[in-house]
Design a binder for this molecule. Structure first.
Ligand SMILES: [Zn+2]
Length: 304
């Protein structure tokens, strides 16, 4: 878990200024990549959301053509652009990355030979989707993408004086052409209602991001998801499917039975928070987004 990368955010803001972008989706990601000297291609990639190979001036972004969701393709392209903007001008040429020289489509340099790659990033789905937050450069690329697609002033304008709810997060996702999870992460960072966002995988908390104004702050990575939370029910359905105890359709039916947004005891998540002092009567709102491909659930919590 890393703090937000301010340089990545500044790099996205620079680009928004450079091209005088006033609205979300004013330019397609492909147009932006091209303007920055990057070729955009889609092809089938084994186990990766996307990759980029670049010199200081140009490069190739490949997004996995098997990705079904258009929003995920856009976010992946923005993430790869983030690697370029964050790294291309500062990164020394590392040893062992000469394999870029044999990339068949890699841009030719002025002398007609293959340019030397300054960087290669191969980005897994869990990195791009934020399921994992274990790599500083991957998290920085996501910070860049979030700022580029949901620029802070636009996001604040869109969400101001609206009450936090799953409906609002869905509206954000649609307005900014991002996934619901990307909209939820963004809201947790800069939205006007204090909230907490939690990523749990296989029934265990992997990371959380809690707004400083949220009343409960202590949530340990490695904590087991409590059975008082609805996230627990989603994990249970995924677990049963994983163990072949139920069909995919049955898992989906089980998902459908879990309330999308409901108040629960704060204790369900913050039973180790000293300030709650074991009190099970205080309630908070919980909304969950299941990511069954990753056995993960994104939970958003806010005050009732
Ligand atoms: Zn990446």
């Amino acid at each position: 878990m890393f703090e937000k990368n301010n340089i990545a955010v500044a790099n996205a803001c620079k680009l928004i200024e450079k091209y005088c972008i006033k609205l979300p989706n004013q330019y397609s990601l492909e147009e932006l990549l091209n303007a920055e000297g990057l070729v955009y291609i889609e092809e089938s990639l084994d186990g990766l959301a996307g990759n980029i190979v670049f010199t200081a001036e140009n490069g190739i972004v490949t997004v996995n053509s098997n990705i079904e969701s258009e929003t995920q393709k856009i976010f992946t392209a923005a993430h790869e652009l983030g690697h370029f903007e964050n790294e291309a001008h500062t990164r020394p040429l590392p040893k062992g990355e000469e394999k870029a020289l044999i990339q068949p489509n890699f841009p030719l340099n002025a002398k007609g030979g293959y340019s030397k790659a300054r960087g290669i990033f191969e980005c897994g789905f869990e990195d791009v989707l934020g399921v994992k937050r274990t790599s500083r450069t991957e998290t920085a690329a996501n910070d860049f993408a979030a700022e580029l697609l949901m620029h802070k002033p636009w996001f604040e304008e869109f969400t101001k004086s609206k009450k936090l709810s799953l409906t609002l997060l869905s509206e954000c996702a649609e307005h900014f052409t991002v996934s619901l999870s990307a909209a939820a992460f963004r809201y947790a960072e800069i939205g006007n209602a204090p909230c907490a966002i939690i990523m749990s995988t296989d029934g265990v908390v992997k990371w959380s991001s809690i707004n400083k104004s949220f009343p409960y702050q202590f949530l340990r990575n490695g904590l087991k998801v409590h059975n008082m939370s609805y996230a627990f029910d989603l994990h249970k359905a995924m677990h049963n499917y994983k163990l072949n105890l139920c069909s995919f359709d049955q898992m989906k039916r089980n998902f459908a039975e879990v309330p999308k947004e409901e108040d629960i005891p704060a204790f369900a998540w913050f039973n180790e928070d000293y300030s709650l002092n074991g009190n099970q009567n205080i309630r908070i709102m919980e909304a969950n987004i299941a990511m069954h491909n990753y056995n993960s659930v994104i939970t958003v919590l806010w005050e009732v």
